[in-house]
Design a protein around this ligand. Structure first.
Ligand SMILES: Nc1nc2c(ncn2[C@@H]2O[C@H](COP(=O)(O)OP(=O)(O)OP(=O)(O)O)[C@@H](O)[C@H]2O)c(=O)[nH]1
Ligand SMILES: [Mg+2]
Length: 426
């Protein structure tokens, strides 16, 4: 059900108290989304309102003006920045005679065309169907129009009932399959236990994938478009001094991300929450970075991840002049108690601060212990050197005495070996 996005007219109906600059910014973002979905923006229309009009969301007079615009500009699609109720969508379509979609539908459409992995595709399909269900009658009208059917009469009640039932069945099936995938992922995660893990979260286009690419030196898809990444990917990153972290790149967030989408990506995002630290990436060069940060904080809140250990990663500082950067840093420090680093994914030197921050967190989580290992147990000694941070070594006749920082998982494994004793330091 891919809509043909052609000549699109954008409509913004911001709250009348919203700053003009922000209202412009929101429409600009909607234009980028439309472009990402393959549409051509032929015009925009804005009406500041104090309350949505129940019939058309915008006022009646404005709706008629919109109808004139549609015919003047020969638009075949109208995109609303605000979420339309099923009835408002239908009324607008009846008035305008072209397809009307809202921001949520546009985002769902982008996700549908861009998701690659089986899991992401199922997540998107689930979100689309859940969005579609209450709007079925209107969707049917689209279809009968596209197929040049019997005009605007729409389907009969029996047909609608059948469709609702079929969609309900498919939703159940997708939920079941996604639960299985989540279980399989939990097993995979177990095998990574004991490793230090971080997850990149943040507004779309902030540079999450670019950062992981620079940190890990491995290929990842990066693009100056919204929602370049839909499938999470994990890479191992060298932190120096033999320490290593597993870092996961996730889907980006956006203002008014459809709830159905957040719900279907919940398991992937919750997995990010199980990591030792969340790296909240912010595009420091974007004029609206504070609003972006608030949107991301809101989603983290919704996913109950806001109390996790979070580090703010201000990216793209190469785009700021030196004095802008200085002002930026002091502003951030003055207003935010969350630890922050300032980096550029395009400058590997600047990433040192991020590696150091991660390493400090990794080391602080290690248990500081003295381990007695029989000299014959070469494997235990080797694993202490490989996974721990050896501070001191003393060789006795039958034992090696190592003062070392180790992850809890290694401690558990060693404790069960015969002849090995572990004591906490201080
Ligand atoms: N100048 C500059 N550009 C950057 C930097 N980091 C990323 N970019 C650019 O920003 C754009 C988006 O980068 P991505 O890494 O795809 O962003 P993302 O956060 O993964 O975006 P989504 O996957 O869409 O959520 C690309 O054009 C990058 O080249 C940086 O430090 N400096
Ligand atoms: Mg990305």
């Amino acid at each position: 059900m891919q809509p043909q996005l052609d000549r699109a007219l954008l409509v913004g109906a911001p709250d009348h108290v919203l700053e003009v600059r922000l209202a412009d910014e929101h429409l600009e973002e909607l234009a980028r989304l439309t472009d990402t979905a393959g549409g051509d923006v032929v015009g925009t229309l804005v009406q500041r309102i104090s309350r949505p009009h129940p019939r058309f969301y915008i006022g009646e007079g404005k709706a008629r003006q919109l109808a004139d615009e549609v015919s003047n500009k020969e638009a075949d699609l109208v995109v609303f920045d605000e979420e339309l109720s099923p009835a408002q969508g239908k009324n607008l379509e009846d008035l305008l005679g072209v397809r009307v979609i809202d921001r949520s539908e546009l985002i769902l459409d982008i996700f549908a065309t861009r998701a690659r992995s089986r899991e992401a595709r199922m997540q998107v399909e689930l979100a689309q169907l859940e969005y579609l269900l209450p709007r079925l009658r209107r969707m049917w009208t689209h279809l009968s129009r596209i197929r040049g059917g019997i005009g605007l009469r729409g389907p009969g009640e029996t047909q609608l009932e059948t469709d609702r039932r079929l969609i309900g069945i498919r939703i159940g099936e997708l939920r079941r399959k996604l639960r299985d995938v989540a279980k399989a992922r939990a097993v995979q995660r177990k095998s990574r236990e004991g490793k230090f893990r971080a997850a990149l979260v943040g507004y779309t286009n902030a540079g999450k994938s670019s950062l992981l690419r620079s940190l890990s030196g491995s290929e990842l898809f990066v693009e100056d478009r919204l929602f370049a990444t839909l499938d999470s990917a994990t890479r191992s990153v060298d932190l120096g001094s033999g320490q290593e972290a597993l870092i996961t790149d996730t889907v980006g967030f956006i203002r008014k991300l459809p709830h159905d989408l957040i719900a279907s990506f919940r398991s992937t995002l919750e997995e990010a929450g199980e990591s030792d630290v969340l790296l909240h990436v912010i595009d420091a060069s974007h004029s609206d970075w504070e609003a972006h940060r608030n949107v991301v904080n809101g989603v983290l809140h919704e996913l109950r991840l806001h109390e996790n250990d979070i580090v703010l990663v201000f990216n793209k500082i190469d785009q700021l002049t030196h004095s802008e950067e200085v002002a930026f840093r002091s502003r951030v420090r003055a207003f935010d108690a969350t630890p922050a680093v300032f980096v550029s994914a395009h400058d590997s030197e600047s990433l040192k601060a991020l590696r150091e921050t991660l390493k400090a967190r990794l080391l602080s989580q290690l248990a500081h212990v003295v381990v007695h290992v029989p000299v014959t147990d070469g494997e235990a000694v080797a694993s202490l050197y490989r996974e721990g941070d050896v501070v001191h070594r003393a060789d006795e006749n039958s034992h090696v005495l190592l003062t070392v920082r180790i992850p809890q998982a290694l401690r558990g494994r060693l404790a069960s070996r015969s002849g090995v004793t572990i004591k906490d330091v201080g």
